[in-house]
Design a protein around this ligand. Structure first.
Ligand SMILES: [Zn+2]
Ligand SMILES: [Zn+2]
Length: 312
C-alpha cells in the first residue's frame, strides 16, 4: 500500500516538466474571454430566467445535481481519483466520475488536471505569482480566477498522462466539455420547465464555480492548520466555516491544510470533527466492492517535509 501511495505521488510530480529556468513568479494575468463569457452568460440566465421561473422543484433539482456533480464528480472523480489516484476503481467508474466532474462547469479533465498541477507546482516553489498563491485581496482574486488566466514568462511544460491522451472518451469529454450541459438542459426542460434549466444548469454552475474559487481563496489565506509543509512557499489552511459546516458543503475539500500535507490521501478530513462526506462515500463504495486501495494519510506521510503543528 505504501508503494501504491508513493507511485501516485511520483505520477503527479512527473506531469510537470520543470527545469532551472522555470519560474512560478514572473508573468502577467490576461483576460480569458471564453471563461469570462461562460460565467457571465450563466449568471445572466440564472438571474433572469431563474427568478422568473422560480419553483420548489427547481431548487430540488439545483441541490440534487450540485451534490452529485460536486461530490461524485469534482471531489471524487476529478480530484481524488483522476488527479491524485488516491484509490482504485474500474475504468467505467473513472470515466463516469470525470463526466460528472466536467458537468460542474469548470472545464474538462485535461483543463482540471492542468489547473491543479500548475498551482500545486507553483505553490511548492520558494516564491510564486499571487495568481497561484491566491494571496491577493479577495476582489482582485475573484476577477483573476473567474475571468482571467496567467501567462508565465518561463513556465514549466505539462505532460498529460496516457490515461487521458490515450483514452478516446477522456479526449472527447475534454473537447465537448461545455456542450455536455446541453443533454442535461434538454432533459430538465422536458421533465420540468425553464426554471429547472436555469437552476439545474446555470445556477448550479455559478454556485459551483464561485464556491470553488471562494474556498480556494480562504484555503490559502486564513484558517486553522494541523501541519506545516517545510520548503513550500504557500501553505494550505483548513476552512471549517461555522460549526464545521463547510466540511459538509465541500464534501471534505475544505480541509485544505491536510490536503497540502497528504495530497495522495483519499481521506481529507482526518478526525470526527473534520467532516469528509467524500471519504464516507468512498468507504461505502469500498464496502460494496466498487473502489479499492483507499490511501490514508499514514500511508503517504513524508516525515522529512510534514511537521505537525501543536494547537494552543
Ligand atoms: Zn492549495
Ligand atoms: Zn489536490
Amino acid at each position: 500500500m505504501l508503494r501504491r501511495a508513493l507511485q501516485a505521488m511520483r505520477d503527479i510530480r512527473e506531469r510537470i516538466i520543470a527545469d532551472e529556468k522555470s519560474d512560478a513568479f514572473r508573468g502577467r494575468v490576461v483576460w480569458h474571454p471564453a471563461k469570462s463569457l461562460w460565467f457571465s452568460t450563466h449568471l445572466l440566465i440564472w438571474i433572469f430566467t431563474g427568478s422568473l421561473n422560480f419553483s420548489f422543484g427547481a431548487i430540488i433539482v439545483f441541490v440534487g445535481l450540485s451534490i452529485l456533480t460536486l461530490c461524485g464528480g469534482h471531489s471524487l472523480g476529478m480530484h481524488r481519483q483522476l488527479i491524485h489516484e488516491s484509490f482504485d476503481c474500474p475504468l467505467w467508474l473513472k470515466r463516469f466520475g470525470a463526466f460528472l466532474g466536467t458537468l460542474v462547469g469548470l472545464g474538462g479533465p485535461f483543463t482540471l488536471m492542468r489547473a491543479h498541477d500548475m498551482r500545486d507546482w507553483a505553490q511548492r516553489q520558494d516564491k510564486c505569482h499571487p495568481f497561484f498563491s491566491q494571496h491577493s485581496a479577495i476582489g482582485l482574486d475573484w476577477v483573476w480566477q473567474i475571468h482571467a488566466q496567467i501567462k508565465l514568462n518561463s513556465g514549466p511544460k505539462m505532460a498529460y498522462p496516457d490515461k487521458l491522451t490515450q483514452d478516446p472518451f477522456m479526449v472527447w469529454l475534454q473537447r465537448t466539455a461545455w456542450l455536455q450541459q446541453i443533454p442535461l438542459a434538454v432533459a430538465l426542460w422536458y421533465f420540468g420547465d425553464w426554471g429547472w434549466v436555469a437552476w439545474g444548469v446555470s445556477g448550479r454552475i455559478i454556485v459551483s464555480i464561485t464556491g470553488h474559487w471562494l474556498i480556494g481563496w480562504f484555503a490559502h489565506n486564513q484558517g486553522p492548520r494541523n501541519y506545516q509543509v517545510k520548503g513550500h512557499g504557500v501553505q494550505g489552511y483548513n476552512v471549517p466555516g461555522p460549526m464545521a459546516l463547510f466540511g459538509f458543503i465541500t464534501f471534505g475539500e475544505c480541509w485544505h491544510n491536510n490536503h497540502h500535507a497528504f495530497p495522495e490521501s483519499a481521506r481529507i478530513g482526518n478526525t470526527v470533527f473534520e467532516a469528509d462526506p467524500g471519504w464516507w462515500v468512498l468507504c461505502a463504495l469500498d464496502k460494496v466492492g466498487l473502489v479499492q486501495n483507499l490511501v490514508t494519510p499514514d500511508q503517504v506521510q513524508d516525515q522529512h517535509s510534514v511537521e505537525a503543528i501543536t494547537q494552543t
